[in-house]
Design a protein around this ligand. Structure first.
Ligand SMILES: Nc1ncnc2c1ncn2[C@@H]1O[C@H](COP(=O)(O)OP(=O)(O)O)[C@@H](O)[C@H]1O
Ligand SMILES: [Mg+2]
Length: 336
């Protein structure tokens, strides 16, 4: 699982509902699908928060299955098996049914685990064929976050329970901003609220603004000035109208988010941009930090220096900043 987000706010009812679906209402097992009409609403964040909050209930572990581009459950299980530290041989890979059985057997042995299929974008992933079946409900709870419209999910075989997820309430949106920088006084609070309202309490957009304000070390930008100059003067407002429930943003909403990101990117130092440029060339799920450091160090040798205590000060600081801006998310293993 990725790191739990310390800035996570709200979603109490949703967390309770997920718990009900997975553990209480449907003991015979069902796949809980967190559905939203837009990206950046917080489907994945909700799934990771669920895993964090209910970790004690999953002694067999909590695993994220990277489902992007995967249309065959056996392929997803092979990835999972490797993450579980299983010995998946080339022979297993050549025989997906065999690999599926092997990983499933391992899950059946687990003391109860959680599987989060993150960013599902191929409808056939849960269309299980032959004698394949998901692990028993008392062995594995399954949660999926799709980039697919609801109509595209398979209708036979697996039982799904869809949980629609909307934007945060304005109060929670304000709270999200406060996690990054507490508004100083009543007018600042009012301006922060105006930002949350203009951006329809869309978590990703608020996070871009919050991360920018948090990193503005001498606080030259206030909530008020950000609102006046970057939002109001530019007429930036998100509408998030769920036309037909499509998993897309309208052209208008997209350009609002692009404008916010443009502003955030403009604040980056040259070496930070270079690191992101290199990262963009790698597989999004497997950015290798030491490799990035080596590449970027060719142009910016300070990144290769070890500090007085033997730590890589400049490099660590850069990675910390990019992580704080959510432009990179280091994993537990620390390598990418
Ligand atoms: N409830 C929340 N509290 C704080 N931050 C959130 C919340 N929901 C989402 N975010 C942040 O917003 C961004 C987008 O969320 P994400 O889960 O990736 O969206 P989705 O999976 O729906 O596309 C993430 O960086 C996430 O940390
Ligand atoms: Mg997601």
């Amino acid at each position: 699982m990725p790191h739990h987000t310390p800035s996570f706010v709200g979603r109490v009812a949703e967390l309770r509902e997920l718990r009900n679906v997975l553990a209480i209402d449907r003991p015979e097992g069902t796949v809980a699908v967190v559905q939203s009409a837009f990206p950046g609403i917080g489907k994945s964040a909700l799934a990771f928060e669920y895993a964090h909050v209910f970790s004690d209930n999953y002694p067999g572990g909590r695993w994220r299955v990277r489902a992007e581009g995967v249309s065959d459950m056996a392929r997803a299980f092979i990835r999972l098996g490797r993450d579980l530290g299983m010995d998946i041989t080339e022979r297993d890979e050549a025989d997906p049914d065999q690999a599926f059985r092997k990983v499933r057997a391992e899950l059946q042995e687990s003391g109860g685990c959680l599987l989060v299929f993150d960013n599902v974008d191929r409808p056939d992933l849960f269309q299980l064929t032959g004698d394949r079946a998901l692990p028993d409900a008392d062995r594995a709870h399954i949660l999926a976050t799709p980039r697919l419209e609801r109509d595209l999910w398979p209708t036979n075989g697996t039982d799904f329970e869809f949980l629609p997820l909307g934007a945060l309430s304005i109060e929670d949106g304000l709270r999200l901003l406060e996690r990054y920088r507490g508004p100083d006084g009543g007018d600042e609070r009012a301006a922060a609220r105006a930002i949350a309202e203009a951006l329809a309490s869309h978590p990703f957009s608020l996070e871009v603004v919050g991360a920018f304000l948090a990193l503005d070390a001498n606080q030259a930008t206030t909530y008020r000035s950000f609102y006046e100059h970057e939002i109001k003067a530019k007429g930036l407002t998100l509408s998030l109208d769920a036309a037909g429930g499509a998993v897309t943003l309208s052209r208008h909403d997209q350009s609002v988010i692009t404008e916010l990101l443009r502003h955030a990117f403009a604040q980056l130092h040259a070496e930070e941009r270079l690191v992101l440029d290199y990262a963009a060339l790698m597989d999004a799920e497997q950015v290798i930090l030491p490799m990035l450091r080596e590449f970027a160090g060719k142009d910016h040798s300070t990144l290769l220096e070890e500090g007085a205590t033997g730590t890589a000060d400049a490099w660590n600081k850069l990675i910390a900043r990019l992580s704080a801006l959510r432009l990179l998310t280091p994993t537990d293993a620390g390598e990418g």
